[in-house]
Design a protein around this ligand. Sequence first.
Ligand code: ZN
Ligand code: ZN
Length: 367
Amino acid sequence: MCVRRATCDVRSACYVRCTFGVLPVGAYNRKVLTETSQGLYCPDGDFFIDPWQPVPRALITHAHGDHARPGSAAYLCTPGTAALLRRRLGADTAIQAVAYGERITLGSAAISFHSAGHVLGSAQIRIEGRAGVWVAAGDYKRAADPTCDPFEPVSCDVFITESTFGLPIYRWDDTAAVMRDILGWWDGNREAQKCSVIFCYTLGKAQRLLAELARLTDRTVFVHGMMLGMIEAYREAGVDLPEVKPVIEKTEKTSRAKKASFAGELVLAPLSARGTPWMRRLGAISDAFASGLMRVRGVRRQRAYDRGFVISDHADWPGLLHTIHETGASRVLATHGYAEPLARHLQSLGLESGTIRTAWEGEGAGD
Ligand SMILES: [Zn+2]
Ligand SMILES: [Zn+2]
C-alpha cells in the first residue's frame, strides 16, 4: 500500500510516482512521524521518539545513551527499559511503563510497543495514525539472546529501520560458535597465566556474554565496577545471570603485601577502561573486543586488540533485509550507520526508500 495515496492525484500510477529516490521523511505531506531538530515527532499523538533534546513527551525505544536522553518532562517505554532508565536518569524521572503489545491512545494515534530483541526492554514502536501504520524499530537484532525477549515482526506501511550494519559485509556467525571461541581463548590464556579481558558495552552486551558463558562454564567472571549497576538492574527485572565478582573486591580483599592475581581469570570491562591505570592491577593480559565491528579486519588491526569476537546486538545485513521484507512495508526509512547504502539497495529492489538523519552518527553506534 502506498502511504501517499491520500495526497496523490493520479492514484492508479501512485506507486511509480512515489519512487523518487532518497527522500527525507519530511518531504511527504501526510506523515505519522516527521523529522524535527529535536528528533522524530508524531503530530497526531504530540510526542517524540528517542528525542536528542528535552521535550514534553518522549517515547523511548531502549535505554542506550544515544536513544534515551535526559531532561524530558515525561517518558513512555516498556517496563524493562523503565528499570534501566531510572538508574540512568534518576529515580525521580517521570517514567510511565507500557507492556509489550498493550495498546494506548495518544491524541489521535494508537501506540503499542513490540519487542526488538536488542537489549532488555528494547521495543519497536508501532503508531497507527491518520497516514497509516508506521513502525519505528529503534535498534534490533534477530539472533536469540537469553537476556531479552525475541524480536517480534510487526506489519506496517512504513518501517523505520536501523542500519548500523547496513552493508553486505556484515554477517554474523552462530552465537554458540562465537561463545566456544571465547571459551577456547580464555582456556589458552589460563594456560599462559594471563588474564583475559573482554571489552564490551555495559548495557546489553555484558549481560548477554555473562548469560551465554554460564551455559558453557561455571567459572566466576570478574567485572569492572562500572558494570555492576546494569547487571543488578537486569537481575531486578528477572533476568537470570550468573554470579560476578567486581575486580576491586578481589584487589581490596587481598593483603597489601600480597598483590591480587588475575592470572587465568576472565574480566569484562567497558571500553572506557582500556588504557587506564585500572588495567595495571590485572597483570599480564590478553584483550579482546566483542562487537559487530570486529567483522572487518582493518578495524580489528586498527584498534589493536589481541582478539575480536564478532557478536552484535544489531541485525546483520541478511537480518535487516529479511526483517524489512517481513514487515510488508511499502516504504522504508533507514537511520543510524549505513543508511544511504541500505536505502539505495532497497530502491534497487523496487522499494520506496529514504534515510532519516540522526544526531548520533558514529558515537558508540556499532555494538
Ligand atoms: Zn542500542
Ligand atoms: Zn542505537
